[in-house]
Ligand binder design. Structure first.
Ligand code: DOR
Ligand code: ZN
Length: 345
């Protein structure tokens, strides 16, 4: 049985939601990870430093006693973001970064940015103050095929923006394509990218395996096999610009198994095991710690976690569903199956 000891990892892309959902999901991330970037797409979105600080405190109330976990807060950019509030919030240690959701690109993005030109003053302030821009990198125009949205964003929006603001530091979140990975690599001195477990494990066939599979649906949507292979190469290839970010995105079972199902894969309970499976399959376990525990902190200019954790290649049965305090159920990645790795007792 193989085992691997490494620094406690961080998750650089997490959705915690709020209320009973948050109460249910926070412990899964807090037990496995030292820190997490918390996405701000609540209703209403987290758009000010005061809202972020209040949300941070609500999250801390859900962290199990004795668990060392730090949520890192982000600002939801809108066409009307107050640059001064963002910069002050960053200086006060409340905001770690700001998130760009193109309007209508995904869950709760209705208040997102309608055009980069509307937030140039904010982006300039971010560049000046070293505040990272985290992008949901998809164009949303109806004439662009959903499978091409990321590649078109990289080419039409991100590449010109990088030219326009040479000091701006950018994370392309949840990259899903070889074009996304290539753009990040070409700007690796000031860019990073998170990669989710599902985009490393599955190609778009998984959406239709024997029928329609709502729990495999997330945004950006799963892509062709050649893109999955490019992502596996990026994650395991030793380049420091690629790091762990699950995009764990819980939605109640009945809202995913619906006529118009929500986008998001809830992976927090099994995320580390899922990534370990990928690195084991690629014979790259020696590079796991860099991806999971070193590259992210290096991009964010933080020290890596000191604590060490050990995982063993011992399958663990994963529950069919998780109760959300009277509201409904959650179905996680690997639910009803075995996760191939587990935390050593
Ligand atoms: O699948 C997704 N779910 N993609 C996103 O960009 C948002 C997320 C969510 O918040 O549910
Ligand atoms: Zn996300």
């Amino acid at each position: 049985m193989r085992s691997l000891t490494f620094r406690r990892p961080d998750d650089w892309h997490v959705h915690f939601r709020d209320g009973v959902m948050m109460k249910t999901v926070v412990p899964y991330t807090a037990r496995a990870f030292g820190r997490a970037i918390i996405m701000p797409n609540l209703t209403p979105p987290v758009t000010t430093a005061a809202m972020a600080e209040a949300y941070r405190q609500r999250i801390m109330e859900c962290v199990p006693a004795g668990t060392d976990f730090t949520p890192l807060m982000t600002c939801y950019l809108t066409d009307h973001t107050d640059a001064a509030d963002l910069v002050a919030g960053h200086k006060a240690g409340i905001f770690t970064a700001a998130k760009l959701y193109p309007a209508h690109a995904t869950t709760n993005s209705a208040h997102g940015v309608t055009s980069i030109d509307h937030i140039m003053n904010v982006l300039e302030a971010m560049a000046e103050n070293g505040i990272p821009l985290l992008t949901h990198g998809e164009v949303t125009r109806a004439d662009v095929d959903i499978f091409d949205r990321e590649a078109r964003f990289a080419e039409e929006i991100l590449a010109p923006l990088l030219q326009r603001l040479p000091e701006l530091r950018v994370v392309m979140e949840h990259i899903t394509t070889e074009q996304g990975a290539a753009l990040v690599l070409a700007h690796k001195h000031r860019m990073g990218a998170t990669i989710t477990p599902q985009h490393l494990l599955y190609n778009r066939n998984a959406l239709f395996q024997g029928g329609l599979r709502p729990h495999m649906y997330c945004l950006p949507v799963l892509k062709r096999e050649k893109h999955r292979q490019a992502l596996r190469k990026a994650a395991t290839g030793g380049e420091t610009c690629f790091f762990l970010g699950t995009d764990t995105a819980p939605h109640l079972r009945h809202l995913k198994e619906s006529d118009c199902g929500c986008a998001g894969v809830f992976s927090a309970p099994v995320a580390v095991a899922a990534y370990l499976q990928v690195f084991a399959e690629e014979n790259a376990l020696d590079r796991f710690e860099a991806f999971a525990s070193l590259n992210g902190p290096a991009f964010y200019r933080m020290a890596p976690n000191e604590e060490r954790v050990t995982y063993v290649e011992r399958p663990a049965r994963i529950a069919e569903e998780i109760e959300v305090d009277g509201a409904g159920k959650l179905v996680s990645l690997f639910s009803g199956e075995a996760a191939p790795w587990s935390l050593a007792a």
